[in-house]
Design a protein around this ligand. Structure first.
Ligand code: ADP
Length: 225
């Protein structure tokens, strides 16, 4: 198996007095095709781990490899380009733009790839149909349920055809039924070939992942398959 993401001796400190060491020497490798749950108490370092693994935040020391490529020497632009080719994100808070329709929220993710507007919309429509929102294409976020908004956010994450989907408590703001349907969607994307890493407090989510990594005080305290 080839590695999708690999962290080597990763330390992440946030400035302050005293500084906060959110990751304290993390070594972990996620292979292509895995579906991994990250669990742990609030404040344990899960989000920091996901942000660093997703290149949104750089390690203070140590190395992150994305698809085997070391990232520490890359410029910010090179890192952003690598991220946009390989990684999609889904967050608990959706982060959709209220003034844009579902189609345009998704199409926006393609702007940085230099794709012309009509083609961006065509691809957005296709992906929204794939996530079951063909009937909500021109709705605005305020006109949609939480579950539908998270489907739009998931469509936005995958429209760039990333190899890895990183999800930070994607069901944290949803009722039980919507949570289950978003989880089914993510499981389907995984079955279709995308590597998934998902932070969760929900045991039913972790139960559907073949591997569970537990984080405490900035370190990995268990890694079970
Ligand atoms: P979790 O996702 O498990 O709740 P986080 O990764 O968000 O944990 O946080 C780990 C630790 O780092 C916590 O002590 C948190 O307060 C701290 N932290 C997170 N982000 C920042 C930041 N931007 N600045 C300073 N401290 C932070």
């Amino acid at each position: 198996m080839s590695a999708a993401l690999e962290l080597v001796d990763v330390v992440k400190e946030y400035a302050g007095t005293p500084p906060v060491r959110a990751l304290d020497g993390v070594n972990v490798r996620i292979d292509v095709g895995e579906m991994v749950a990250i669990v742990g108490q609030s404040g344990s370092g899960k989000s920091t781990l996901l942000h660093v693994a997703g290149t949104l935040d750089r390690p203070s020391s140590g190395e992150l490899l994305v698809a085997g490529v070391p990232t520490s020497e890359l410029t910010d632009n090179e890192l952003a380009a690598l991220r946009s080719r390989t990684i999609g994100f889904v967050f608990q808070q959706f982060f959709l733009l209220d003034e844009l329709t579902a189609v345009d929220n998704v199409a926006l993710a393609l702007v940085y790839q230099g794709i012309e507007p009509a083609e961006r919309r065509r691809r957005a429509v296709r992906v929204l149909e794939r996530v079951g929102l063909g009937h909500r294409l021109w709705h605005f976020p305020q006109q949609m349920s939480g579950g539908e908004r998270q489907r739009v956010a998931t469509a936005r994450a995958i429209v760039t055809e990333p190899t890895v989907l990183l999800a930070d408590e994607p069901t944290g703001n949803l009722d039980t039924a919507s949570s289950a349907s978003i989880l089914d969607l993510i499981a389907q994307l995984h079955a279709d070939g995308i590597t998934v890493v998902i932070i969760t407090h929900d045991h039913s989510v972790a139960a559907r992942c073949a591997r569970t990594i537990t984080v405490a005080d900035g370190t990995i305290v268990s890694d079970e398959r």
